[in-house]
Every structure is written in C-alpha cells, then in structure tokens.
Design a protein around this ligand. Structure first.
Ligand SMILES: [Mg+2]
Length: 194
C-alpha cells in the first residue's frame, strides 16, 4: 500500500512541474483588442492600475490608434483606474507622442520581461497591491511573461499589425504553440490569435 502511494506522488510532482513551465507564459484573459476589455471585468478583479504595452497593442506600425481606444481610455480613467504605458521602445520621442495623444503617462526602455521596469513604474503607486495591477500586451514573451514574473495580472490582446520587427516575428510560432496549449487547458470566452 505504501509503495502505491509513493508512486502516485512521483507522478503528481511530474505533472505539476510540466504545467508550471508553460503557465509562466499564460495570460489570465485574452481579448482581440484593448477596447474590448469590459470595465465590468476590471471592476470585478479590483484593478486599480493598468500597465499597457505600446507597439502593436495601442498603436499600429504607422503609429496610429483607434478612436475606440481613446474612448476606452477616457472611460477607464473616469472610473478612477490609473493607466501607464510600459514600453520596450528605445525611442522616447515615439512613446512620448503616444503618451501625450492618449493622456497616459509612460515608461520607455522597460526591458520587459525584466521586472525592473515594472518595479520602477509600480513604485510610484505604493498604495496599490500587485493583485490590483494589470498588464495588457500583445506578446507572450515580453508582456505576459514579464507581468507573470512580476506577479501581476495579465491580458493578452491580438497584435495590431502583421508587419513586425524580425525578433518579434520569429517568436510568434512559439507563442502560438503555447497559446494552443493554453486554450485547451483554460476556459476562455474570447480567444485571440497571435
Ligand atoms: Mg507589443
């Protein structure tokens, strides 16, 4: 009897280990675009601060964003939720312009998935707990993994363009593999492809 128990334990440990590696890249929710995320969900989760990726999440390759996005941001701000752009972009000029146009503060050269940038931004809000912070982005290996590493909530959105820089392009097939696994395991009302 004792041996059987031990055997089961070993199998159990293996299972947990395998699952936990992929889970690092799992977003909590997925949506087609930022403006599809309902305030009701943010309210239910108790979100007080939203960190947003910029490239392909807020703006397309031409630096354009939609009217609906601007409306969504206005509404979220009016509800008292704080917003911040957290971008890996090295061009302060671009990030600053988007920040100004959307009326949202920014942090650039964030080096996601490093926790450093997240920490710097969140240090401005000592009254907000990590469970009340949400990261929204289009990439599993920077936005979602970074958010998960920093222990905050994550939402993956579909990228706005198909034209991307080389390094992002080569990561996409791996992202697809992880997402397919995620959709099999997790219950999601809205799915997005990468
Ligand atoms: Mg992006």
């Amino acid at each position: 009897m004792e041996n059987v128990g031990k055997k089961e334990n070993v199998v159990g440990v293996k299972k947990v280990k395998k699952k936990s590696i992929l889970k690092n890249f799992y977003p909590e929710y997925t949506f087609e675009k930022v403006e599809d995320i309902p305030y009701e969900l943010l309210n239910k989760l108790g979100i007080k601060l939203i960190l947003m990726d910029m490239d392909n999440t807020l703006i397309d390759s031409k630096g354009k964003f939609s009217k609906e996005l601007r409306k969504w941001i206005k509404n979220i701000k009016a509800k008292g939720i704080k917003l911040y752009i957290v971008s890996n972009s090295i061009s302060e000029k671009t990030v600053k312009a988007v920040s100004k146009a959307l009326g949202v503060k920014y942090f650039y050269k964030a080096s996601k998935p490093s926790r450093k940038g997240f920490r710097k931004v969140c240090d401005n809000f000592p009254e907000i707990n990590k469970s009340e912070i949400l990261m929204i982005g289009d990439q599993l290996f920077t936005d979602v993994w970074g958010g998960n590493r920093f222990n905050i909530r994550t939402i993956l959105v579909r990228r706005l363009n198909k034209r991307e820089i080389f390094i992002s392009r080569i990561k996409r097939p791996f992202e697809r593999l992880i997402l397919n696994h995620y959709y099999k395991k997790e219950e999601n009302n809205q799915k997005c492809r990468v």
